[in-house]
Ligand binder design. Structure first.
Ligand code: LER
Ligand code: MN
Length: 271
């Protein structure tokens, strides 16, 4: 059965980002639990800033599960990426992600590679950048596997990366890796920009879909934009997707409305 999560951001520099809750963990968990969410997806500044015991206690106290953890703060705060031309920067990016894989893995949940994929740098051939990325994913994938979790990889829209914009691009790349532990994170906001047919793309991804960012065309809660959600949900059901449906959306008009609207849409489409 699918479950519904809401995003919790702990990074002040990502205040304008697509995250619903921006307070302390305690405050955010209170809001999430009171609204009726099953879980939370956390965007931490760094794995070192998290206290695993405190987090476990807070989750229990609020009856919430951890859904996944983002790694994008490595990009937002330090401009780290897995396709930086400088091998030292790629190594720092890998270490940053590895620490979050290890922390999240302790909770039995995956880390997300979105912004940390980086982009094909000017003057560098796409094949070379994909080769750099392969080296890193072939280390991070098995690391996650050892903890019994997949590694989530998210295609982003063209304004954020020139690396992987569509499902088909990542589906063609995955077989070139040694690791078979990478799963797709489908963000409906990015898909609305890049996919000619969102439902068809979901069907092609099939069993490789590992997580869903539930966001409308304008990156507001589903129902506040113009995405045709019916066929998308139908495709998720057809492929047997039973993972998290996570609201990575902007808190518009405010966090409370984004949460209420997300849950109303979730219940309408997944009940
Ligand atoms: C960024 O646009 C995004 O969708 C995030 O989930 C990736 O870090
Ligand atoms: Mn996303």
């Amino acid at each position: 059965m699918t479950r519904c999560a809401v995003t919790v951001c702990l990074v002040p520099e990502a205040r304008q980002g697509p995250f619903v809750l921006h307070g302390t963990l305690e405050e955010s968990f209170q809001f999430a639990a009171a609204a009726g969410f099953d879980g939370v997806e956390i965007f931490p500044p760094h794995a070192d800033d998290l206290d695993g015991f405190a987090l476990r206690e807070l989750l229990k106290q609020h009856g919430l599960q951890l859904a996944a953890m983002g790694t994008g703060a490595g990009w937002v705060r330090r401009k780290l990426s897995l396709t930086d031309p400088d091998p030292h920067v790629r190594m720092c990016a890998r270490d940053f992600i590895a620490a979050i894989i290890d922390f999240a893995g302790g909770f039995g949940v995956p880390a997300i590679i979105g912004s940390m994929q980086g982009r094909v740098p000017d003057g560098v051939a796409r094949e070379e950048a994909l080769g750099w990325l392969k080296v890193e994913l072939d280390q991070l994938g098995p690391r996650a596997h050892a903890l019994g979790v997949p590694l989530l990889f998210e295609p982003l829209n063209r304004y954020e990366t020139n690396l992987f914009n569509t499902v088909d691009e990542i589906l063609a790349y995955l077989p070139t890796l040694r690791t078979q532990n990478v799963r797709l994170l489908l963000d409906l906001f990015h898909m609305n920009i890049e996919e000619p047919d969102m439902a068809a793309a979901i069907r092609r991804a099939g069993p490789l879909v590992g997580h869903v960012h539930f966001a409308d065309s304008n990156r507001a809660a589903i129902g506040f934009g113009h995405t045709d959600v019916g066929p998308v949900v139908q495709a998720l059901k057809e492929i047997g997707y039973d993972g998290w449906i996570s609201a990575e959306v902007r808190p518009r008009p405010d966090a409370a409305a984004a949460m209420t609207q997300t849950l109303a849409s979730y219940r309408r489409w997944f009940a």
